[in-house]
Design a protein around this ligand. Structure first.
Ligand code: HEM
Length: 400
């Protein structure tokens, strides 16, 4: 069982790369005190985590009830109760229905050609650069920003602002500066203006689809739609950028022998992308929170109504009952069971298929175009960008 202070953040100094984070062997749910004096149920076994994320006895909205756990005075994007991720039941479903059709595996498969062409354009730009090149700034960040922008019908002139707002929104700073608050207000204004514009002049993009589905649904508060749009812009690129940067750090730093196969075999790159998404956590955060709506049992342990649970997907992804430790580092071995890196149940990541596509196409085409790609400085030199839920290299210098 991890120590109490480890539950919300496990950040020794100096920071290890995320693929080297240590996880304890999962065990039954256990009540664990937090530094602020409150207690949470730490849940770590694969089956138990799936249950907590999937069953309707556990919700997100109750975390924001007046008798819920302490919250920062100024809510950021992720702890805003109006965000889809923080709603349950009908109000969650109504919001999710406005987007669900857009993100099915079949719909995402149709986006493959233009996602591939964005990858190829960035690779062409990279080839023209003098080395060393920062592959985060030149590839891992602009790719998912271009993809989410294309889906939402946004032009390149807003990219810089989107990134700045996202960094502030995900900073996790409990007492943001005046400037940061103003930036978050600007982000909301941007979301509101975008919704208004697409309502006036609908196009063939995700936001127009969302507005029309929301109008058909009826009764969804506009502020919830604004949070949804801002959440999509931010979540739609930050997590993918983080995963891609951390995957490249691991592959180029420690698993260079995999590079030729990633280049030669797209199917193998797809399997490797799934493994990387499974084994590299997004950040140091331990556990996604839920609150029990009634007395309930998890893995044979009684949990009282009102209790807060932290479901640790990283630990559950390493549960030896489900995932063989012997295969953990074999990037080309298919996963033994669905990964929990995208969650499970009603809040299962809407962008999971898109993120997989972006990452596998990137690895395959990058390895094919740059067979000699390597890090230009030791992995230990990496400086980290720290967010509330994610951590990734500020820059990653490469050469070829
Ligand atoms: C590697 C990339 C990504 C990772 C690891 C990731 C991971 C996650 C996780 C863990 C959750 C919460 C699930 C839960 O607690 O049950 C989530 C939710 C969500 N993700 Fe992702 N995500 C990624 C990319 C994306 C992309 C590209 C998009 C959109 C284009 C996206 C949109 C969402 C949305 C809208 C939700 C909230 C769903 C809901 O509340 O119903 N994500 N994601």
């Amino acid at each position: 069982m991890p120590a109490a202070a480890d539950l919300t953040s496990v950040v020794p100094s100096p920071l290890p790369p995320l693929h080297r984070l240590q996880f304890d062997v999962p065990g039954p749910p256990c009540l664990t005190p937090l530094p602020d004096g409150s207690s949470v149920w730490y849940v770590s076994r694969y089956a138990d985590v799936r249950q907590v994320l999937s069953d309707s006895e556990f919700g997100r909205a109750e975390l924001y009830a007046p008798d819920g756990p302490p919250r920062p005075e100024t809510p950021g994007l992720t702890d805003n109760p109006e965000l889809m991720f923080n709603q349950d039941g009908d109000s969650h479903l109504r919001l999710r229905r406005t987007l669900r059709r857009a993100f099915t595996p079949r719909a995402v498969a149709r986006w493959r050609p233009w996602v591939a062409s964005i990858v190829d354009d960035l690779l062409k730009g990279l080839a023209d650069r003098d080395t060393p090149v920062d592959i985060v700034a030149e590839f891992a960040l602009p790719l998912p920003i271009a993809v989410i922008s294309r889906l939402m019908g946004l032009d390149a002139s807003v990219h810089e602002r989107l990134r700045r707002w996202t960094v502030i929104a995900f900073s996790g700073d409990p007492s943001p500066s005046e400037e940061a608050r103003a930036a978050l207000d600007d982000f909301s204004d941007f979301g509101a203006a975008l919704l208004a514009e697409r309502r006036r002049e609908p196009g063939d993009d995700l936001v127009s689809g969302l507005v029309s589905a929301a109008d058909d649904e009826g009764g969804i508060p506009e502020s919830h739609l604004v949070s949804l749009v801002c959440g999509l812009v931010a979540g739609g690129h930050d997590s993918t950028m983080t995963m891609l940067s951390n995957s490249l750090l691991y592959l180029l730093g420690e698993r260079r022998e995999c590079w030729p196969r990633l280049a030669a075999d797209e199917q193998a790159a797809e399997t490797a992308a799934a493994r990387l998404l499974h084994m590299i956590p997004l950040g140091d955060d331990r556990g996604t929170a839920r609150r029990a709506a009634q007395d309930v049992e998890v893995g044979g342990v009684p949990i009282p109504a009102g209790a807060v649970l932290l479901a640790d997907c990283g630990a559950a992804n390493r549960d030896p009952e489900v995932f063989s430790p012997d295969r953990a580092e074999d990037l080309f071995a298919p996963l033994e069971a669905p990964t929990l890196s995208f969650g499970a149940g009603p809040h299962y990541c809407l962008g999971a298929w898109l993120a997989r596509l972006e990452i596998h196409l990137s690895l395959h085409r990058l390895a094919a175009a740059f067979p000699a790609l390597r890090l230009a400085e030791p992995s230990e030199a990496v400086r980290w960008r720290l967010g509330s839920t994610s951590r990734s290299p500020e820059e990653l210098l490469v050469t070829w």
